[in-house]
Design a protein around this ligand. Structure first.
Ligand code: ADP
Ligand code: ZN
Ligand code: ZN
Length: 660
């Protein structure tokens, strides 16, 4: 009988590809889910066998023959395979690319699924469980009652309220039940401390999955989780596809964090996929945050998620005091007001640590000519080059282009080019002059690229007594610095005015995350916020009434404006070296059948209108229900894929976008 293999291949094309089985193959070896090597154009590709058909739309004379079957049984367990199928459908992405992103690189390249050794790390337990306070105990008990049932919990507790302690107790219950646990964390910089804390608590193998691992280590961890050899996996967003023998709980820490959303190619949201995975696998999931996303808060309001509140800081620690410093009337020296400098003196003299937060790396964001006003810009992007001091260069933070710093103005030849504005390197220089005897530790992307660099910096911080920690958002998230008693937010204004409707939400989350670094142990903390807009309504609400009020107000605003979570969005993004072509393609998509229930806005240039020389345009589509949006996308995409104008652009669809 005629047999044809239908394969999901790692190409962006959203369809399956038909092949004849390799010659002299026993049909019993054709099993759904195995990898198959095939010729594709002038290359060979490795795909996954998805269907075995007895007819093909391709004439049999044109069908190519597969080269080789790589497995004797399916590589992905059924639940991960099902999750991938769901994700490919929901995000309208090629199934082949989705399945491949679920595999460790070595398996994508055709390696046999065996690992040489298990780099699992030592199991140095020794830390004991803390006695929980009443709120923590209630949370742990509630999570426990949901064992083996699908339930979504939102663990909403201020920073330092003991959320991690709740995770650890909930995990212990799952381990007693002989099940495995997946913990998703937003960023690599967060993992060392989290993993240490878990390893100190449990005398069992705990695996970390993150981009810093070698391919060999990734494969070993993947296999260990699949076979049940490892009980706890902690990882960043792609760890959501890890196979488990018996998964019983997922924890998503800092669930509001945008790094759970992949921003290129397969644009999935790991938190949302985690909820779907728990739903399919019938087990509980805990989303934890001090500043939950509006989406999750809305789901609590609708009764879909159950909220678990930790209203107070655990142990003796108290919440920090806020002080707003009006930059308009203050005496300011290199971006730091007198009051902030004085407060730093006081805290440092007491042997405490101070954090200064500035979300801008480099020396200065602008290099300009005082004579003619010329500004150094990136040749390929619509943005300024950032001036860096060590090493000395101009650097585009969008396309990574670098060039030497010019001695003279490119426009008028004047020799007095000036750096304008404040970056972390410049602030570091100022601080060294103001506090010559205090260790100053900078943490940003420029000095943490090296593997292990962030661990070294964190260790240095914990070994010091008095010190100034200075950094970008890398310093803001999750870390526990018991000696920090003062946090200074150098510039709160850059986030107050943005065209992205999510900017206020993100501003509030980041501000409170940074503030949460102050006074986490027995010493109480102070947060000083420098701003030119001390009367900004949202800022005032956040500081005086707290995140609860702030987020409720934002939700009201979103509802009035018909924005998510009260509506559902997708963005068609198109790029081309030719501005018109990008625009034309999206205009053509908009002309395709758009039902009444869909609002289409655009095409408009993206916020960064040109990147790496490519002009970027957006077409935003919006619906009041998820189903309506999905149906529209399902019907319009095949049409869009046939448009003649598509050939001259690079385009992609972003479902539930988090960045405009
Ligand atoms: P979060 O994850 O909410 O920021 P953590 O779990 O890190 O909070 O707890 C903050 C600090 O409080 C940690 O030092 C932790 O050991 C301590 N802690 C947590 N729960 C308790 C408790 N029940 N009793 C005493 N200390 C606690
Ligand atoms: Zn000039
Ligand atoms: Zn650039």
């Amino acid at each position: 009988m005629f047999v044809c293999l239908r394969l999901a291949l790692p190409t962006p094309v959203r369809r399956l590809f038909d092949y004849l089985p390799p010659q002299h193959i026993d049909n019993n070896n054709l099993i759904i889910g195995i990898r198959v090597k095939v010729p594709f154009r002038s290359r060979t590709l490795i795909g996954i066998l998805v269907e075995i058909a007895h007819a093909s739309t391709v004439p049999s004379t044109k069908l190519k023959t597969a080269i080789e079957l790589l497995d004797s049984k399916p590589l992905l367990p059924k639940d991960v395979y099902r999750l991938c199928c769901w994700a490919a459908d929901y995000y309208h992405h090629s199934l082949g690319e989705v399945l491949m992103s679920a595999l460790p690189a070595l398996l994508r390249k055709g390696r046999r699924p065996v690992a040489r050794e298990m780099p699992m790390g030592s199991t140095a337990a020794g830390d004991t469980f803390r006695t929980l306070n009443i709120a923590q105990q209630a949370a742990v008990t509630t999570i426990h009652t949901a064992q083996n049932h699908f339930r979504v919990f939102l663990l909403n507790g201020v920073t330092g309220s003991g959320k991690t302690e709740v995770y650890l107790h909930a995990i212990a219950n799952i381990l007693n039940n002989k099940q495995q646990i997946l913990v998703l964390v937003p960023e690599i910089s967060l993992t060392p401390q989290v993993i240490e804390r878990f390893r100190a608590r449990f005398a069992i193998p705990i695996a970390a999955l993150h981009s810093g691992l070698s391919e060999q280590e990734r494969l070993a961890t993947w296999l260990a989780a699949k076979s049940g050899m490892v009980s706890i996996v902690i990882g960043t967003r792609s760890a959501i596809f890890t196979p488990f023998a018996n998964l019983g709980l997922i924890i998503v820490d800092e669930e509001h964090d945008n790094s759970f959303k992949q921003q290129d190619r397969f644009r999935y949201h790991a938190r949302d996929l985690a909820i779907m995975r728990a739903n399919m696998g019938r087990f509980p999931i805990v989303l934890g945050s001090a500043t939950p996303s509006l989406e999750s808060l809305y789901n609590v309001k609708r009764g879909r998620y159950q909220v678990l509140l930790l209203p107070d800081r655990a142990g003796e620690a108290t919440l920090p005091r806020y002080v707003v410093l009006d930059l308009r009337s203050a005496l300011v020296k290199q971006g730091l007001s007198r009051d902030l400098l004085d407060a730093m003196q006081v805290h440092l003299r007491q042997g405490n640590q101070v954090i200064l937060f500035l979300n801008r790396r480099g020396f200065a964001p602008v290099l300009y000519c005082v004579q003619c006003g010329w500004v150094a810009e990136c040749k390929r992007c619509d943005t300024n080059m950032v001036f860096h001091r060590e090493p000395c260069k101009l650097h585009c933070h969008h396309c990574d282009a670098r060039c030497p710093v010019p001695d003279t103005c490119m426009q008028c030849g004047y020799t007095g080019l000036q750096p304008l504005g404040l970056g972390t390197q410049r602030l570091e220089q100022t601080l060294m002059a103001c506090f010559p005897h205090v260790p100053i530790i900078r943490v940003d992307r420029d000095n943490t690229r090296r593997k292990g660099a962030i661990q070294d910096l964190l260790k240095k911080i914990n070994q010091q007594k008095q010190a100034i920690l200075l950094g970008t958002q890398m310093l803001a998230k999750g870390h526990h610095f018991p000696r920090v008693t003062l946090v200074g937010i150098v510039d709160a204004d850059s986030s107050l005015f943005s065209t992205d409707f999510r900017a206020p939400e993100q501003m509030g989350q980041l501000l409170l995350q940074v503030a949460g670094r102050a006074g986490r142990a027995e010493r109480s903390g102070t947060v000083m916020i420098q701003t030119r807009y001390p009367d900004h309504a949202l800022l005032k609400m956040l500081l005086h009434q707290g995140y609860q009020h702030f987020s409720t107000a934002l939700l009201v605003e979103r509802e009035q404006m018909g924005l998510p979570p009260y509506s559902y969005l997708a963005i068609f993004r198109a790029e081309s070296y030719c501005e018109e072509r990008a625009h034309h393609f999206l205009a053509a998509v908009k002309k395709l059948n758009v039902p009444h229930a869909i609002t289409a806005l655009g095409p408009v240039p993206a916020l960064l209108a040109r990147r790496k020389g490519l002009h970027c345009f957006h077409l935003l589509v919006k619906a009041s229900h998820r189903g309506i949006l999905q149906n529209y996308l399902k019907s319009v995409l095949p049409e869009a894929e046939k448009l003649a104008t598509r050939r001259s652009v690079k385009w992609a669809l972003d479902v539930d976008p988090v960045e405009m």
